[in-house]
Design a protein around this ligand. Sequence first.
Ligand code: HEM
Ligand code: HEM
Length: 179
Amino acid sequence: PKADPAKGKVIVEQVCAACHGVDGNSVASTNPTLAGQSQSYLLQQLHNFKDGKRKDPIMMGMVAPLSDQDMANLAAYFSEQKVKPRDATDKTQLALGKEIYRVGVASTKVPACMSCHGPAGKGLPEKYPRLGSQHAAYIVKQLHDYKLGEMRSNAIMADIAKRMSDAEMKAVAEYISGL
Ligand code: HEM
Ligand code: HEM
């Protein structure tokens, strides 16, 4: 059956809202904001947690009892929520972060994030996730996870993360959080 966001909302209120917010805008910086993310990306990540392709002890537990239809309903619900714009919390490295996001790092061949995730961080539905207004701490963790390749694997992002220093990751994450 077709994805039903109203049915997704029932599960959100009982389970997901505690960490991701009832409208998909999370408060704690380690929990990702899901609002405004594309339906296909959200659904893929839920399947990845379920199949163990993406490893996170909390989320693997969360998806265990969910059916494919539940996950489709949840992805539909969160994709319809509006993301709340936020300001970067640490503004000291914004110039470096902006440079990485918009231009890249020539010496280490880090490509401009903008080329896939978009000039305003909106991503490209069906292809590249939205990053704009995401929590910096969450972004830094994902870049580390791609770099190490144990928790999360993706060929494109692993190659990019391996070229980045911790300081570059932190700077670009802060810039993205204010996009
Ligand atoms: C990550 C959905 C419940 C904590 C995610 C992601 C999705 C998701 C789609 C990946 C986001 C991305 O890649 O941008 C859901 C749904 C839930 C739920 C549908 C309810 C059924 C919870 C709860 C908690 C939680 C209750 C806290 C106890 C987290 C954390 C991450 C995450 C910490 C990041 C994992 C990582 O670092 O890889 N969730 N979530 N989630 N969620 Fe949930
Ligand atoms: C995913 C950051 C450049 C393609 C992600 C995620 C982050 C990120 C944090 C995870 C999003 C989430 O969990 O919600 C960055 C940064 C970049 C960059 C900081 C620049 C330094 C690029 C480029 C491409 C790309 C240039 C395309 C050639 C992707 C794809 C995913 C992704 C396909 C989804 C991977 C998956 O399913 O796990 N990126 N990105 N990114 N990015 Fe990038």
